[in-house]
Design a protein around this ligand. Structure first.
Ligand code: GLN
Length: 544
């Protein structure tokens, strides 16, 4: 039977609860303990797929095609596992399931209530993941902050679990924030005390408190939290802000969080081995030559909208021993006169995914700039569609080629809806989602990067390359380097007459791992790092 770790958040959101959960996973896995993870999101949307990136940040897509919270990306990257739809549970899903059961007559005669019906449905989801994953430990992160109205049923459900599966099988970890007062130059514990009180009020006594802080946490502060919150002194774990998220497992391990969890849950564990992780963090922190990558998108004000893309670039930069210098370029800024100057120092240009017409012409301009100036270009999903639009405008010598998503009356619909997408009215969960196979064309840059002939990659889009334009674009120099096995869908394309202009209809960023960059990202950064741009000095010849 699986054991459960429930992680709640106190004081404020965005203090790194997701990274803490992912790091606990890393720590346990380093001791050969199998783990799975689940994120509980208290909002009423069924999934984040229909939310604006400004509201929610990136939508992370699992291999089985679930549109999920971006924390799942961190869980996958830190623990090196592939999660499934069961790993993200929202209030929307819970209420839909309960109401469907009620309509079906499953509760005939009963009044449907939050306790026990909603809470039972939530607990079902915990057990479903435990069952499916067969993990020794299931870590469950409760989204939001203790005290939120929406989160109450989830907290009640996790409280009940202690009785349901036995005290020895459940651990509560509370992640809080210690604010610093400049006037008195001290860290304050009161908000933490209040959030623990709030947890206790509903019957949850945390076993471990992880304290995020921008300043060092003294022994005195630790003792105080231990006393007031009634947790053992060694169970108050300081987590000061660190320069890279990948350092968090090391900080927590240093504070012996791993041993504490093992003792509390009575787990059988091997000796911890985080040596590779240590090596990676040491490399990340070492100063090295930068590689300048321009990320052109329309949501760049909110960096979280491109979370996995940034991480995938980071993994590749690390692989090539470069420090990633990411320049966030707003595609609408590029649309202005001389906008392309924003790209003058970029050694590589990446155009990630997105929806809707706003900022599209700026992205087309970026693709045009990359093609004409032979700057490495990597298009992800929308980035591929933009590359095709730009190339078609050149090949057909017309400004008209477009995607029907942005201009439904274009005479050259080079990107169009698939016939099976046409009748689809409903917006939620109806895109081409999750893993699909892709056959690589031997000799292409894509095939070279992967070093294999068939790959599976995650998708999230409605529009596709329109095969009517295959021949005309191929005559002008476009290669279709990856196709669906039936040859019907273009999954990858690249240009012959260019150092590296490669795009894919899928989202490779979701599959990249810290020690194992995605092959396309790896090769893109490899070519980019050797580009000399404005202001850069060629390396001086070595003189002994
Ligand atoms: N808007 C485009 C489509 O639906 C691209 C989607 C994306 O980039 N994820 O096909």
């Amino acid at each position: 039977m699986s054991k459960y770790i429930f992680v709640t958040g106190g004081v404020v959101s965005s203090v790194g609860k997701g990274i803490t959960v992912a790091s606990i996973g890393t720590i346990l896995k380093s001791r050969q303990i199998s783990v799975s993870v689940q994120k509980l999101d208290p909002y009423l949307n069924v999934d984040p797929g229909t939310m604006s990136p400004y509201q929610h940040g990136e939508v992370f897509v699992t291999k089985d095609g679930a549109e999920t919270d971006l924390d799942l990306g961190n869980y996958e990257r830190f623990i090196d596992i592939n999660l499934t739809a069961e790993s993200n549970v929202t209030s929307g899903q819970i209420y839909s399931a309960v109401i469907a059961k009620e309509r079906h007559g499953d509760f005939l005669g009963g009044t449907i209530q939050v306790v026990p019906h909603v809470t039972s449905e939530i607990k079902e989801q915990f057990k479903k993941l435990a069952q499916k994953s067969q993990a020794e430990v299931v870590i469950i992160e409760v989204g939001g902050t203790v005290g939120d109205i929406e989160g109450q049923p989830f907290l009640e459900a996790i409280r009940q679990m202690r009785n349901d599966v036995g005290r020895e099988n459940v651990l509560f970890i509370h992640v809080t924030y210690l604010p610093y007062l400049t006037s008195t130059q001290e860290l304050k514990t009161k908000p933490t005390q209040h959030s623990v009180n709030e947890l206790r009020r509903i019957g949850i006594q945390p076993d471990i408190i992880v304290c995020r802080s921008d300043y060092p946490i003294s022994e005195g502060i630790r003792n105080k939290i231990s006393l007031f919150c009634d947790v053992e002194r060694q169970a108050v774990i300081p987590l000061p802000t660190v320069s890279t998220i990948y350092e968090v497992p090391l900080v927590l391990e240093e504070e012996e969080l791993g041993q504490l969890v093992i003792d509390e849950l009575g787990l059988k564990a091997s000796q911890s081995d985080l040596s590779q992780w240590h090596e990676m963090v040491t490399c990340l922190k070492e100063p090295c030559e930068p590689v300048n990558i321009a990320l052109v998108g329309k949501y760049v004000e909110l960096k979280d909208a491109y979370y996995s893309v940034r991480e995938a670039l980071q993994h590749s930069a690390l692989y090539h021993r470069r420090s990633l210098n990411l320049e966030w370029v707003h595609s609408e800024e590029l649309e202005k006169d001389y906008g392309e100057e924003l790209l003058s120092s970029a050694q590589g240009i990446i155009v990630p995914g997105g929806f809707g017409v706003r900022g599209i012409e700026g992205m087309v301009k970026a693709a045009n700039y990359a093609r004409n100036n032979k700057i490495p270009y990597f298009g992800l999903c929308l980035g591929m569609q933009v590359m095709v639009i730009e190339f078609a405008r050149y090949a057909l010598n017309s400004t008209k080629p477009n995607s029907t998503e942005f201009d439904d009356s274009t005479p050259y619909p080079v990107i169009d809806l698939l016939p099976e997408q046409r009748g689809t009215e409903s917006k939620g969960g109806t895109m081409r989602l999750g893993d699909y196979p892709c056959q690589l064309v031997p000799g292409s840059r894509a095939a070279q990067a992967y070093g294999q002939s068939l790959v599976n990659e995650r998708h999230r889009h409605r529009y596709e390359f329109n095969n009517e334009f295959c021949d005309i674009l191929s005559e002008a120099g476009m290669v279709y380097s990856g196709l669906s096995p039936d040859g019907r869908l273009v999954e990858l394309c690249e240009l012959v007459d260019h150092p590296w202009m490669v795009s894919c209809q899928f989202h490779p960023e979701f599959g990249s791992r810290p020690g194992r960059p995605h092959p396309l990202f790896r090769d893109f950064v490899n070519v980019a790092k050797d580009m000399l741009r404005e202001g850069a000095q060629p390396p001086l010849p070595f003189s002994p």
